[in-house]
Design a protein around this ligand. Structure first.
Ligand SMILES: CC(C)(COP(=O)(O)OP(=O)(O)OC[C@H]1O[C@@H](n2cnc3c(N)ncnc32)[C@H](O)[C@@H]1OP(=O)(O)O)[C@@H](O)C(=O)NCCC(=O)NCCS
Length: 236
């Protein structure tokens, strides 16, 4: 497996879509690591994917019930889940980075000596596609792996998934196709002070952005409630 120049130097803030905090098509892409308090919003994100997107994301057209179970079982302690919110505090992009013991993926057992390997699943809402959100989620997952002492990142998707294969190829992933499906692998460089700092800064900025949007959302809800109450009392 070959390593990739873009990901070899994670401290370089330039990305194919601009700098970390730079607006892309008018929208700043801030990637925040999600936690238990985000579980409901993650569920809303996945439930809003149509059948075609669920097929691309999960490999089958999961019904709502199985999507709900998948979200209920997300383990924020073991895995990392990243999200991008719009101004209304809606999750427009989610990346689930799952970690598994190397021995559970025999095909990769020979390519790494690390204890764990990582697998990434990404989804972006249709209205937010083509703006670089998927690429940024991928980049964040890659830097997180490096900093977690994991040197192999894999992705699994349908061979017909042009957008995802394009992102994987752009990152220098090795892609193997078989039976209409594609497996992609990327070897990552070890962590460096730069990679550590970059992830920490990204997370700090995203945390501020998250708090701002969460407060805005709460204020809007409160105002709506007060507005409703006022109109109720004026009717009396
Ligand atoms: C795949 C997905 C995550 C991409 O998200 P996104 O935010 O649109 O991705 P980006 O904007 O970062 O990049 C998309 C890239 O694919 C390219 N692309 C889009 N459709 C394409 C197509 N049909 N053929 C080739 N390239 C395509 C875009 O031009 C863009 O390339 P660029 O960055 O070089 O300009 C999104 O389409 C999605 O959620 N799909 C449904 C779920 C899924 O397929 N998940 C992946 C399996 S885990």
């Amino acid at each position: 497996m070959k390593s990739n120049k873009v990901f070899d130097n994670m401290f370089n803030v330039s990305t194919p879509h601009g700098t970390d905090a730079e607006p892309v098509h008018g929208t700043a892409i801030r990637i925040k690591e999600l936690s238990e308090r985000d579980r409901r919003r993650i569920l809303m994100h996945f439930l809003s994917l149509d059948n075609e997107d669920r097929l691309l994301r999960f490999g089958s057209q999961l019904p709502d019930e199985l999507v709900t179970r998948y979200v209920q079982r997300l383990d924020f302690g073991r895995d990392a889940v990243f999200g991008v919110h719009d101004d209304s505090f809606r999750l427009i992009g989610v990346g689930h980075l799952g970690f598994a013991p190397r021995t559970e993926v025999p095909a990769l057992a020979d390519v790494t000596t690390k204890e764990k390997i990582a697998e990434l699943g990404v989804s972006v809402l249709p209205a937010a596609r083509g703006l670089g959100v998927g690429t940024r989620l991928f980049e964040r997952a890659a830097i997180h792996c490096r900093n977690a002492d994991v040197d192999t990142l894999m992705m699994h998707c349908l061979a017909s998934n042009q957008a995802m294969i394009h992102i994987a190829r752009k990152a220098g992933m090795q892609i193997q196709r078989a039976y209409g499906e594609a497996d992609a692998y990327l070897s990552l460089s070890p962590a460096s002070p730069g990679s550590m700092l970059r992830e920490a800064v990204q997370e700090q900025v995203a945390t501020l952005d998250y708090a701002y949007k969460a407060n805005n959302r709460a204020a809007v809800k409160l105002l709506r409630r007060i507005g409703v109450n006022k109109s109720d009392s004026s009717k009396k």
